[in-house]
Design a protein around this ligand. Structure first.
Ligand code: URA
Length: 428
């Protein structure tokens, strides 16, 4: 059967700064998923979108077309409202681990379909897989049952949600077109809208360790995603948060799980607690629940109870010792003074090279690899005292990880002005 449109005309329209009509968008996304539009044609279109942008209508239609390429989940049978959180990815960003059980402990179900990490930011599934026995794959029926019973699920997104995005994201990765704001926004939001959450809070990271290095682009991405969610009937809010230094004191899978358990036990680093509570408050408000204080639920142990049940429901043993690395290497402070900068990207790349992350999709990650920070920007340090401890099972990795930290921190006489963790809030 003849196709109703042709790819070259669609590409040429966007190349010449034109606006794509609804029918062209529906067709090109569907035809690409079917293999009728070739990879080289979609690459050219993605590049034209990166260079020339899209209107709000075009992005909304593109997102709808990606959602229509697969299945949609439905949580309307649950006895409580749902809210999810998506982070654009950062170093030491373990927030989902304490956040999902915390929000569930406050009466809102959290269906969190997550991914594995690629590059310097870790994936939530990789972190949870450090827990002995825990499995990421659940059927839709298992997910629904766990949401009703425990209230929180973190599991792998099945291949059925937005298959067009899966194909397009892989293509963008190898064609220099990941950074297009309309394509990032539609990629993230097609999966979240198809997942069926009632409310969504976006944590858009800004800084050296984030996708978005500057605040203006991060705000543009946040506004685009909030508009897409709102137009699709999902109550959506975004926080812009600082990612110039790692979150908390750990980057690496098992190290981050241990730190999350500290937070659930009522302790943990101040920045991790602050962001977890701030995001929980946004999720509860977006889900229409105003009678629970997340800080109380961390203190009274009820979030910890949900965490334990959430792990056990997926085969994990919350009492099993976490894996520890066979080798460690300590990096010491070069001078006495104040740590004025500790670069998120430097730590992220070091953790990745130690084995915490993967370079290709099919690589395995080491559960115990990563970096522990002994100081954060603003803290006093003493020459020769430990600043960072690197962890890995393969000592030959130290040689590759250490150069990533060259120039990654500064010690000065005076504290540099501190940056707030939550930089901005975007709502429709
Ligand atoms: N994460 C996604 O899911 N898609 C993007 O395009 C970028 C980050």
């Amino acid at each position: 059967m003849a196709e109703p449109h042709d790819a070259v005309s669609v590409i040429a329209t966007k190349r010449d700064h034109g606006e794509l009509d609804d029918a062209s968008i529906d067709w090109v996304v569907d035809a690409y998923t079917r293999g009728v539009v070739a990879d080289e044609q979609m690459s050219a279109l993605a590049m034209a979108i990166l260079l020339n942008g899209m209107t709000r209508r075009e992005v909304a239609r593109w997102t709808a077309a990606m959602i229509a390429s697969g299945e949609r989940m439905d949580f309307s049978s649950l006895s409580r409202p749902t809210a999810d959180k998506h982070s654009t990815g950062g170093v030491g960003d373990k927030i989902t681990l304490p956040l999902a059980p915390l929000v569930a402990a406050c009466g809102v179900a959290v269906p969190q379909l997550s991914g594995r990490g690629l590059g310097h930011t870790g994936g939530t599934l990789d972190k949870l897989e450090a827990v002995p026995g825990w499995r990421a794959e659940l059927s839709n029926a298992e997910m629904l049952a766990q949401l009703e019973d425990v209230g929180a699920v973190v599991c792998a997104a099945g291949t059925g949600l937005a298959p067009a995005d899966r194909k397009l994201y892989a293509l963008r990765d190898v064609t220099g077109t990941v950074e297009a704001v309309p394509l990032i926004a539609s990629s993230i939001m097609s999966k979240k809208i198809a997942e069926g959450t009632g409310a969504l809070v976006l944590d858009v990271k800004v800084g050296t360790g984030a996708f978005m290095k500057d605040r203006a682009t991060a705000r543009e991405l946040a506004e685009t995603m909030v508009a897409l969610g709102t137009d699709a009937g999902v109550r959506t809010v975004a926080l812009l948060t600082d990612m110039s230094t790692p979150l908390g004191l750990t980057a690496g899978n098992a190290l981050e799980v241990a730190e999350s358990v500290e937070v659930l036990a009522g302790g943990g680093p101040g920045d991790v607690v602050e962001l977890t509570v701030a995001l929980a408050r946004e999720m509860l408000a977006a889900a229409g629940v105003d009678d629970a204080d997340p800080a109380d639920r961390l203190r009274d142990g009820s979030a910890m109870d949900v965490w334990r049940r959430m792990l056990a429901a997926q085969g994990g043993d919350p009492d099993a010792p976490l894996p520890t690395a066979r080798e460690t290497h300590v990096v010491t402070a070069p001078a006495t003074g104040v740590l004025t900068r500790l670069d998120a990207m430097a730590v992220g790349i070091a953790a990745w090279r130690l084995g915490a992350g993967r370079a290709r999709k099919e690589d395995r990650v080491q559960a115990a690899a990563g970096v522990r920070l002994h100081a954060k920007p603003g803290d006093r340090v003493t020459e020769g005292a430990p600043l960072l401890t690197l962890h890995t099972d393969e000592p030959e990795r130290f040689e590759r990880a250490l150069p990533a930290l060259d120039g990654g921190f500064d010690v000065g006489d005076e504290p540099a002005g501190s940056t707030p963790l939550v930089l901005d809030r975007v709502a429709d």
